[in-house]
Design a protein around this ligand. Structure first.
Ligand code: NPG
Length: 370
């Protein structure tokens, strides 16, 4: 396959409600979608970076520059298979979200040409997956607001709830939701908001019978997570700390985590995500599919990934409507039992709807071709 043209569509999707975590509040999703035209057809990729470098060092303006000056030139003029992308880009350090989006677009183009679905390519074993939903910290710091939002998700059928926590918004909101929904699978996500000094405090969450606590401490503090995992009954899950299959193996074997959140964008793409899945499965460690407020392009890919056998916990694979009233593709809709159907069409099985893409696009940049 040879690349002939690359267009970056920078889109802005209004969120149905602000999404607040311990480190940012998002009102609009600004996303870079990649349209890659090859000699075998077109493929689409989504980059999960944000406008600002708050979740990781990557941010949208930098991604465009890294694509233009460092990644795309390494792929041009070559007759390549999508599986060769990680090696071809291997000399460039970092920027996993940028490289992951390029790899996804080429995988989509390649699979569309061969007529195979992304799920089948990844060795999917389920035609439907259970859906979880991530609930932000209430914009007005009110537990009543949280309860109203959670009640809505439970009524829609979500099979697992995740609550964002931070110091001052942890034990009480978790207690209220647990008392209201005693049997609901429930987990919390701190996005690194605590430190090793908070281990006693975090252990207070043990009484709520949580599925897991996600990334409570700084992403580089492996010892902190190991010490916490030794003390806390609730399983410790890592997100931001996990960057590759090698480091996932180290973190698991060191004892820094008992569960892994896999986000393809964070680890350089879906091929790396699959390797992490395989490492975890070989060690009996459960994994689940994280979300980064993806449009239908990234959501399709996540849903396919979440249908692999090691994904034994529900992921942040919610309906498009959890975040968007208008998605760039046909929306993904969870059924009333909290299940989502895995796309079966060639490649990702979805493409942007041209008129909607036009409506949501704020900037269009031609990286290659005209
Ligand atoms: O369902 O897509 C989703 C969002 C799930 O909470 C979620 N994602 O820290 O895991 C996270 C958080 C996130 C979203 C992180 C956007 C970075 C960007």
């Amino acid at each position: 396959m040879r690349i002939e043209r690359i267009i970056v569509h920078r889109c802005a999707l209004p969120l149905v409600r602000p999404f607040r975590t311990s480190f940012f509040t998002e009102y609009t999703k600004e996303v870079l979608l990649l349209e890659v035209t090859t000699d075998v057809g077109v493929g689409w990729g989504e980059c999960v970076a944000a406008p600002d470098p708050l979740y990781s060092h990557e941010f949208n303006d930098a991604v465009v520059l890294v694509w233009r000056d460092h990644l795309v030139p390494r792929l041009m003029g070559k007759n390549l298979a999508a599986e060769e992308v990680p090696d071809l880009l291997g000399a460039v350090r970092g920027h996993p979200m940028a490289r992951g989006a390029l790899e996804l677009a080429l995988l989509d183009a390649q699979l569309r040409a061969s007529g195979e679905s992304f799920a089948s390519y990844l060795d999917s074993v389920h035609s439907q997956i259970p859906c979880g939903v991530s609930t932000g910290i209430a914009a007005d710091d009110s537990i009543d607001t949280l309860v109203t939002e959670v009640d809505g998700y439970v009524a829609e059928g979500y099979r697992r709830l995740k609550l964002k926590i931070q110091p001052g918004w942890d034990v009480e909101p978790t207690r209220v939701i647990r008392e209201r929904y005693p049997d609901m699978p429930l987990q919390v996500d701190a996005n690194q908001a605590y430190s090793r000094n908070d281990i006693d405090h975090l252990c207070r969450l043990d009484e709520f019978d949580l599925l897991l606590i996600e990334q409570p401490i700084h992403e580089e503090d492996y010892l902190g997570h190991k010490l916490l995992a030794e003390r806390m009954r609730t399983p410790v899950c890592l997100d931001e700390s996990v960057l590759s299959a090698d480091n996932a193996e180290s973190l698991i074997d060191y004892g820094a985590c008992e569960i892994v959140n896999i986000k393809a964008g964070r680890v350089g793409g879906y091929l790396s995500a699959k390797e992490i899945h395989d490492v975890a499965v070989a060690r009996g460690i459960p994994v689940w599919c994280g979300g980064m407020v993806e449009t239908g392009i990234g959501r399709a890919a996540n849903i396919a990934l979440a249908s692999l056998p090691g994904f034994t916990l529900p992921g942040d694979t919610s309906s498009s409507s959890r975040f968007f009233s208008l998605d760039v593709t046909e929306p993904f809709v969870m059924d009333a039992d909290g299940m989502m159907t895995v796309p079966t069409g060639p490649g990702l099985g979805v493409t942007p709807i041209p008129e909607v893409l036009d409506e949501l696009t704020v900037e269009r940049t031609v990286l290659v071709g005209s």
